[in-house]
Design a protein around this ligand. Structure first.
Ligand SMILES: Nc1ccccc1C(=O)C[C@H](N)C(=O)O
Length: 289
């Protein structure tokens, strides 16, 4: 573990292993702490799950996001890496991310003056698929909690999900972009009949009812999708919006006003503002000044 100061007092803990063997650099996270956190003013946690078609990408490319939200919104931000395909297949990527979140929550008292009481999970592209599934299928975080011997049920801390140019339906993605089987097959296997089962857009009310005994309400969703995304069509976001509304969730879709490409949007000031303001806005509802 390395500790160093980033700009303007943001404290970074880099490459913290979240598995017990601690051997794989992909199974580590970076976490960005705002300066001067006070015990009497708790803050939410923002998680950022990177994209890259389940086969590329690394936490190191998104340090600027952690620094930004810690510095400008005073929000501790967790950026995990996870193992990539073809080395692993779904749901291993998601299990890694769930373990990273549970691991951080259960060690955060060593870094923070007060416990984390709210988690906002954002994800870009394939990361949007994962952030959404974490909210719709509690078993991923519950299983991670069992592994970390968590006394807290991490799932119940989720207070918002942010999908950024996400992939939410594998079948629809392949019907619009057949060539994407080049990364979908390594990530999800060649049996296309299983694709609907894994997709957030295909989660049914009855799937949810099975879980809702202990957590009846879905968190609010913010779905961000620039009209200039050249790699993932807006239909992905539209279809998820429709499904989430059918599941009685609050959904806000932001598209107009953004200009960036699939990856370019992540550097856009308007994007950073929409995401940060959403987290701060949700948090303020339960923590009025
Ligand atoms: N996020 C995506 C969505 C759709 C299509 C491709 C991507 C990619 O990220 C491609 C990646 N750079 C790759 O080399 O696999």
């Amino acid at each position: 573990m390395k500790d160093h100061k980033a700009q303007a007092g943001v404290k970074v803990h880099s490459s913290i292993p979240y598995t017990s063997d601690g051997q794989n650099p992909k199974q580590t996270y970076d976490v960005f702490f705002p300066p001067n956190l006070q015990p009497e003013s708790p803050r939410p946690l923002l998680v950022y799950i990177h994209g890259g078609a389940w086969r590329t990408g690394d936490k190191s490319e998104y340090s600027y996001l952690g620094t930004h939200f810690a510095q400008n919104y005073n929000i501790p931000t967790l950026v995990p890496s996870y193992r990539l395909s073809p080395k692993v297949t779904h749901p291993t990527h998601l299990q890694d991310v769930a373990l990273a979140i549970s691991h951080f929550i259960n060690t955060s008292h060593t870094h923070l003056p007060s416990p984390i009481t709210q988690i906002y999970i954002s994800g870009h592209s394939a990361g949007g698929f994962m952030s959404t599934l974490l909210s719709l299928l509690p078993e991923y975080l519950d299983k991670a909690d069992a592994e970390t011997s968590s006394p807290t049920r991490t799932y119940t801390l989720i207070k918002g999900i942010i999908g950024i140019q996400g992939i939410y339906s594998i079948p629809n993605l392949l019907s619009v972009w057949p060539s994407y089987s080049s990364f979908i097959h390594p990530a999800f296997g060649a049996d296309t009949s299983l694709y609907p089962l894994t997709s957030p857009t295909h989660i049914s009310p009855s799937t949810l009812t099975n879980h809702s005994l202990t957590h009846p309400t879905l968190p609010p969703y913010l779905l961000i999708h620039s009209p200039n995304d050249e790699l993932v069509d807006f239909g992905q976001t539209k279809d998820l919006e429709v499904r989430l509304r059918a599941l009685d969730a609050d959904v806000e879709v932001v598209g107009e006003g953004l200009k960036g490409t699939h990856f370019g949007v992540l550097k856009e000031a308007a994007f950073l503002k929409v995401l940060g303001d959403f987290v701060e806005g949700q948090w303020s509802k339960s923590h009025p000044h």
